[in-house]
Design a protein around this ligand. Structure first.
Ligand code: IVH
Length: 672
């Protein structure tokens, strides 16, 4: 028995080493057949002695049963996005700002590939002889993702365990988190599409979508065949980034056994950075996976902390996006779509064209003026651009092949036949019919979106059928749907019906901010909805707020305030709110505790403060009811100046505005 245990342990170590050599370092030492031989031997020992199986054994990558669904999990700290730069000029500007904000702290950059996949958080916990993979969570909305552990375990470049030696060597504790990107290599993508074609299925549009779809497959066995890969770029402990800088972090990750992309550079100057970007762009097509740019990160952690964060992205990193890829094709026709607000959008129906890894067959034409400006008629050959996530765009007519009639914007709504209207000074035509079926369809789709009420499975096909059968007349009706009703729909089984009802039920707790977005109040996007929810705490408080009270909220101006008031003045909207309430949808939020000693005061921050980052200072001021503004004017109450304050300080002196340093600001905050 002891010998079987010993042999199994040895085989596991061997197999782990060879997997690391093959999948992470791409330098195999043995043939596939030899590897298979070792694996077979381990499997047979484990079959004879099931008590010897460990969770992180290489034989256990593909686990037991298919999953029913994915549990939602909160991230240890949000997975943020990145601001973008589209050309050298914008990058130089970012570099200049970063150096200014760094206030003398060192500024070196680490440049990495911007892999076109999806981000993933891996959690490791202390296990026998080191650390073991506990969980893999998708990005989700950045705050909460989905637990896709069973699928993640099948990705061979992700270690199921990290040995105690590696932990010791790197000085990393057994509990840690690794973040990085899951990609589907081009070869795997092509293979997948060949298979789909054979099975008579529509091809996956691009490797990123294919990777995302694969990661959400309920059957880990299938995931295991798809050849996903993972590149690590962040290491976190207790929810905080690893202490050393980015360059050292990448080295640690590699030393822990993770795959780190070798195409990277550590540079001190913007010119070297641009050289690296050029080099990457020239070899873009030769890489085995898709990238859409280069990510630049400030190396030093101290400098990162000094630079801080804007709302959604770090100021210490930026994505340099490669220019959109373009192609030429023929416009077969122009159709017009009706949106949630009744806005009519013309769309070019294209002869399918392959651009940057995706087949494009439709592109937005924005509005009637845009078509006129292009001078476009069906039959013309156009240039189409596509960049990353962006909807393909027609940018110019390259050949006037159009023999068909000139395009006339429809006078009637293509969905309900109402006469369309165009308000003075607006570019868009709208359908004025409140009961237009397209509006309802689009509102429902919007309501279910991930960043809104997050109702997975409420897609176009389902919504179309619900409307056709007259089962749903407003978002509130979704909450009355039963499993029985849903199973009547085409291609809907008991399982998917139960899942959708569960998703709808869960969305009741999405909170006030998401409900506000879901209701579709004009100009109220994610951030504004959040701020309003935190300020008012309930939909009733928000509904009875005056314009003045609304405008007191940071970042809310007269336009948003008017839109909120207008929204609640409409009886139809009030009715939907009441129906949602009776359905049990939560319409409250935690009010942000705030004091108001700085109410009515406007602050301008300039220079580097000794202790507070600009972001922190701003949060303190706003938390106390003050407002922050970017420029000094007669309306400014105080200028808070730190080291190397520039022209704003001069201007403040000129206008006789009171100037505070950090200590004085803190004193002001403590008063009253
Ligand atoms: S850093 C807070 N590094 O790009 C920092 N992201 O546009 C955010 N991505 O959501 C992530 N390659 O999915 C980072 N080397 C890289 C990346 C990378 C690809 C993705 C990532 C992120 C998105 C932001």
């Amino acid at each position: 028995m002891e010998t079987a245990r010993k042999r199994a342990e040895k085989l596991r170590r061997e197999l782990e080493r060879h997997e690391h050599l093959y999948y992470v370092l791409d330098t195999p030492e043995i043939t596939d057949a030899e590897y298979d031989g070792l694996m077979r031997e381990l499997k047979s020992i484990e079959a004879a002695h099931p008590e010897l199986i460990t969770a992180d054994s290489p034989t256990q990558r593909v686990g037991g049963k298919p999953a029913e669904g994915f549990e939602k999990r909160r991230h240890s700290r949000p997975l943020l996005s990145l601001d973008n730069a589209y050309n050298a000029e914008e990058l130089r500007e970012w570099d200049r700002r970063a150096r200014e904000l760094a206030g003398g702290l060192p500024v070196r950059y680490v440049a990495e590939l911007k892999l076109d996949g999806l981000s993933l958080a891996l959690h490791y916990e202390a296990g026998e002889g080191g650390a073991r993979l506990l969980r893999g969570i998708t990005r989700g909305d950045g705050q909460t993702g989905e637990d896709v552990t069973a699928n993640v375990r099948t990705i061979k470049s992700i270690p199921l365990s990290v040995s105690a030696e590696r932990l010791k060597r790197t000085g990393v504790g057994a509990e840690f988190e690794v973040r990085g990107e899951v990609v589907m290599p081009r070869a795997a993508f092509e293979r997948l599409n060949e298979e789909r074609e054979r099975d008579g299925l529509a091809p996956a549009v691009n490797p990123r979508n294919a990777a995302a779809g694969t990661l959400r497959t309920l059957e880990p066995k299938i995931v295991a065949t798809r050849g996903l890969d993972f590149y690590a770029y962040f290491l976190l402990q207790q929810g905080d980034y690893f202490d050393a800088g980015q360059e050292a972090t990448l080295d640690k990750l590699a030393a822990l056994g993770f795959k780190v992309n070798a195409n990277r550079a550590s540079v001190a100057s913007i010119d070297d950075l641009l050289k690296f970007i050029d080099k990457v762009e020239s070899k873009r097509d030769a890489l085995g996976y898709e990238i859409d740019g280069v990510v630049i990160k400030v190396d030093s952690k101290a400098t990162q902390q000094r630079l801080g964060y804007t709302g959604k992205a770090p100021r210490w990193a930026i994505a340099y996006k490669f220019a959109a890829r373009a192609g030429e094709t023929v416009v077969k026709g122009i159709t017009v779509q009706v949106g949630r607000t009744g806005k009519l959008t013309p769309v070019a129906e294209l002869e399918p064209v392959f651009i940057g890894g995706t087949t494009v067959s439709r592109a937005t034409l924005h509005n009637a003026d845009f078509i006129e400006k292009l001078g476009l008629v069906p039959g013309d050959t156009v240039k189409v651009e596509r960049g990353g996530d962006v909807i393909p765009k027609v940018v110019e007519v390259v050949n006037k092949g159009g023999t068909r009639d000139e395009f006339h914007f429809p006078a009637l709504c293509p969905e309900c036949g109402s006469h369309v209207v165009r308000a003075e000074g607006e570019v868009d035509y709208r359908c004025p019919n409140a009961a237009c079926p397209a509006k309802l369809r689009e509102s429902l789709l919007h309501f279910g979106k991930r960043e809104v009420m997050n109702i997975e499975g409420l897609g176009e096909a389902v919504v179309a059928q619900l409307l056709e059968r007259g089962i749903v007349h407003s978002p509130a009706d979704l909450y009355k749907l039963t499993v029985g009703e849903l199973t009547e729909l085409e291609r809907f089984g008991e399982k998917s019906a139960t899942a959708l009802v569960g998703e709808i039920e869960q969305s009741k707790n999405a909170g006030l901010a998401r409900v506000l977005m879901g209701l579709g109040v004009r100009f109220v996007g994610e951030r504004t909805a959040q701020l309003l929810a935190e300020e008012f705490g309930s939909i009733d408080a928000l509904r009875s707020a005056s314009a003045e009270e609304l405008e007191r909220v940071n970042e809310v101006g007269s336009k948003v305030a008017a839109a909120v008031i207008e929204f609640f003045a409409e009886p139809e909207n009030r009715k939907v709110v009441e129906e949602l309430r009776s359905a049990g949808v939560k319409m409250t939020a935690e009010k942000k505790p705030r004091t108001n000693q700085l109410e009515g005061l406007v602050f301008v921050l300039t220079g580097t403060l000794p202790n507070l980052s600009r972001e922190e200072a701003k949060a303190l001021i706003e938390g106390a009811g003050g407002k922050c503004s970017g420029s000094v004017s007669k309306k400014t109450s105080f200028v808070v100046a730190g080291d190397e304050a520039g022209s704003k300080l001069d201007k403040a002196r000129e206008l006789g505005i009171r100037i505070l340093d950090e200590a004085a600001l803190k004193q002001l905050l403590q008063q009253n």
